[in-house]
Design a protein around this ligand. Structure first.
Ligand code: GCO
Ligand code: MG
Length: 404
């Protein structure tokens, strides 16, 4: 029996940080929700959905997920990009949620069933200096994490990427107008290998350690860093250099065996095609919200599996609990799973988005409620109005604009 889309609306809420959520309602009273948050550029996706997508959804059969995906992707004419692909992702995830609820099954069952019981996640440890970061990693190990990303303040630099206030909640979009930070690659390269040596001599080789260079390095600098980090055997080095030019990774790859991860800013398979088929990376970081939803990410993962590239979904706090919930279902199924990022949301956020995924012993477990298991408390959401916030920018010490 068709499930007609009767209404759809966008909910903007800011329980500690901004989130954009799409809710789709059907004739049978079943609804689904999808995340559409684009950190620092939220309202552009709100307009895309309200002005251009919702009007064409009304009256369609919600069961036809693939057709609606193709309609929105091809029908836009202006393909790809972070705004378009987030809007499509929100619709797609809401429709998968609806279909799973209509059939009375958890989302992972629709995808093909579980390939594993729990999903390996990594947390974010960060500190202002080496000692603080070493201590922060220790607290994550005590909390049961098996994988930890370590970011640290760099001597001589005031604000380094990934260092927050306290190690529990790091939130980069921190100001109405972008915070200006200063970057020095030489200072960073002098410091970072020593941090990981210290982490290994303190905690041994059992915990997986990860690091995010956040697009700051040139390819040859990234190659140097990868080489210097080899003795510390990272699980991955992320975003070693910007990847608009996918060939840039050839240079890194030919010099180092440090595993490479990239893709949180990618939107479609076309951003990653050469990286994957030339085996220039080991983990693809594309996320459900960033890459057109489950329908497209599933395609990316299947393509990646041909080249033994594994998934490593982006999961920072700007990806809402809706994306986290959908990701845990996706990760439970995807055969070539690598790791899932898990950056805890604040208690206010968790309250606005009730969910049934749970963290235990370093793993995340999907719940068994039909759908993706995440809801939105609209009344509570209404108490947190939108607050304009932007991501920081970075300059080199001489003032040159750099990659944040
Ligand atoms: C990560 C990321 C994030 C991004 C953030 C931008 O690996 O988790 O790099 O922290 O900076 O998602 O909105
Ligand atoms: Mg990152």
């Amino acid at each position: 029996k068709p499930l007609e889309i009767r209404a759809a609306r966008v909910i903007v809420t800011s329980p500690g940080r901004n989130f954009v959520t799409l809710k789709i309602e059907t004739s049978e009273g079943i609804y689904g929700i999808g995340d559409a948050t684009l950190n620092g550029r939220e309202l552009s996706v709100v307009s895309y959905l309200e002005d251009h997508v919702i009007p064409v959804l009304i009256g369609r059969d919600a069961r036809r997920i693939e057709d609606i995906w193709q309609y929105l992707y091809r029908g836009a004419y202006w393909r790809r990009g972070p705004v378009t692909m987030r809007a499509i992702a929100a619709v797609d995830v809401a429709l998968w949620d609806i279909k799973a609820k209509a059939l009375g099954v958890p989302l992972y069952d629709l995808l093909g069933g579980k390939s594993r019981d729990g999903v390996l996640v990594y947390g974010h440890a960060n500190g202002g200096d080496l000692n603080e970061t070493v201590e922060a990693v220790g607290r994550y190990i005590e909390a049961g994490y098996k994988a930890i990303r370590a970011q640290s303040g760099v001597p001589g630099l005031k604000l380094a990427y990934g260092v927050g206030r306290g190690d529990l909640y790091y939130e980069p979009a921190d100001a109405t107008l972008p915070t200006e930070t200063v970057w020095s690659t030489p200072k960073y390269l002098d410091f970072l290998p020593g941090l990981f040596e210290k982490l290994r001599s303190t905690y041994g080789f059992e915990p997986h350690l990860l690091h995010d260079a956040h697009h700051r390095l040139t390819p040859i600098e990234a190659a140097q860093l990868g080489k210097m980090l080899e003795p510390s055997r990272l699980f991955w080095l992320e975003d070693a250099t910007p990847a608009e030019n996918q060939d840039a990774f050839k240079l890194i790859r030919q010099h180092t065996t440090t595993p490479l991860a990239v893709g949180e800013v990618f939107n479609t398979i076309w951003d990653a095609k050469d990286l994957i088929q030339n085996q220039l990376i080991d983990y693809i970081r594309m996320s459900i919200v960033g890459s057109g939803g489950i329908t497209h990410l599933r395609r990316v993962a299947d393509f990646a599996s041909l080249y033994q590239v594994r998934t490593g979904c982006h999961g920072a706090t700007d990806l809402s609990p809706v994306t986290m919930g959908a990701a845990v279902h996706f990760d439970s199924w995807v055969p070539n799973f690598g790791m899932q990022e898990y950056m805890r949301h604040s208690p206010e956020t968790d309250e606005v988005f009730p969910h049934d995924y749970r963290f235990e012993n370093g793993l995340m477990f999907a719940g068994d409620t039909p759908g993706h298991g995440v809801d939105i408390d609209e009344k509570l959401a209404a108490k947190y109005p939108y607050k304009p916030k932007q991501l920081p920018v970075a300059r080199l010490e001489d003032g040159t604009m750099w990659n944040w």
